[in-house]
Design a protein around this ligand. Sequence first.
Ligand code: SF4
Ligand code: SF4
Length: 471
Amino acid sequence: MNILRYPLIKSLLKNRWPQFTIMVVALAGFLVAILSGLFGTPVGSRNFGIVFVWIAWWALLMLVAVPFLGRGWCSICPIPAPGEWLQRGNLLGPDDINHRDHGENKKKNSVFSVRSVVKPHNRRWPNRFRNIWLQNGTFLLVALFSTVILTQPKVTAIVLAAFLFVAVGASLVFERRAFCRYLCPVGGFIGLYSQLAPVEVRVVDTAVCKAHTEKTCYTGSADGYGCPWDVFPPGMVKNTYCGTCMECLRTCPHDNIAINIRSFGADLSVERVRKMDEAYKAFIMLGAAAVYSTVLLGPWGTLKLAAYSVGSLPWLAYAASFLTLILLALPGLFWLMIWTGIQLSGSALPTKKLFIAQSYALVPLGLSAWVAFSLSFVFANFSYVLAALSDPFGWGWNLIGTAGIGWTPWLTSLTPFLQVGVLLGGFLWAAITSRKIASENTINTLAMKLSAPVIIFCLTFTLILMGLLVA
Ligand code: SF4
Ligand code: SF4
């Protein structure tokens, strides 16, 4: 179902003001998070930076935005906004400066013009990095230090400021949104899991696109920018790299863009765009969910201490084990499962091809692991959000009268049931996906044998996580 059939939704999405306003509010919150991290209380649970980023935003992202809206967050994310405004030379839209006359309209919109401040280079992102390997690396880098980032306001502030700084730099050197597409550690995993979302941006009719020589959805027009994510909308078959920014909706003169409500996980069965970098992203996310659950929620104090003591020998051992598990052990074990499946089924398909294809079954498993992990602390700590909103720096303010609200865990008795449900749901979804992928190139009975070891892998992972989170 195309929701753009409803004129109100269509005009809200086409209009730049709602998106711009939310982005500005989010940017203000982001800057307060940086300032409170740098100058506010060092007590994490009283600091806006920690509470808003790692409880409120994380909950919104993991429990709502990613599962239901895919890359919806990217359309209002404040991190690339300042860089993008500088790159475009405009805060709002491609007005007169870029596309129309240079006369009367220029005056009308000049209040939004920022072109004179800097001169962007608009270089093309290098071909050899046109993949998500760098993004996999930036995620691992953040993940290695995450115990410190999550608890120390100053470190959170430095990391957020670094994101902003790199995003602005990337926008000034490279064309379009190079930071979001190739570097952002958050964007990498949102892209992976956006394949599961029940919503997609797609063209309505590719024949209309074929006949349209200007391809303004990619090149831009007076009504909007060419796809900021460097996606060619007529060829888009999955959500991973579409930032749902709505520019193509604004620039398509043939009304040929749709926002479809679809079944969950529809992208997982798109055969022709499966790649090793994305397969590795699935392993990294799956492994990181397991490591976080073990270190942050498990009963092993020594492990926790090692993860916190950045730079020490125990931390080096922790970092080495973390990387070995995620980059070698998990993919190695999975490779073994694929090889076993091939032996059982007698399939003639190359192991590497099956390895990549079957790794997409880990996408629902990984998301369910992250949702279950997030459930363990989000509701328990959500009451901190109200206090931090009233006193963001922990300086004794009481802006909205909620500073005095003490720690009150919410829904704690329900949490384990929700977690078990989510993990079992994730396992079933992974098993069905594995079976479906296996049957793409083989008959049903062989597909069962081909996917059985992968299903056992997923079940084992689910039971281990259930033990860690719920038992
Ligand atoms: S602008 Fe519209 S019709 Fe033209 S190629 Fe893009 S989506 Fe197709
Ligand atoms: S322009 Fe269209 S295809 Fe490109 S990121 Fe925005 S919504 Fe997605």
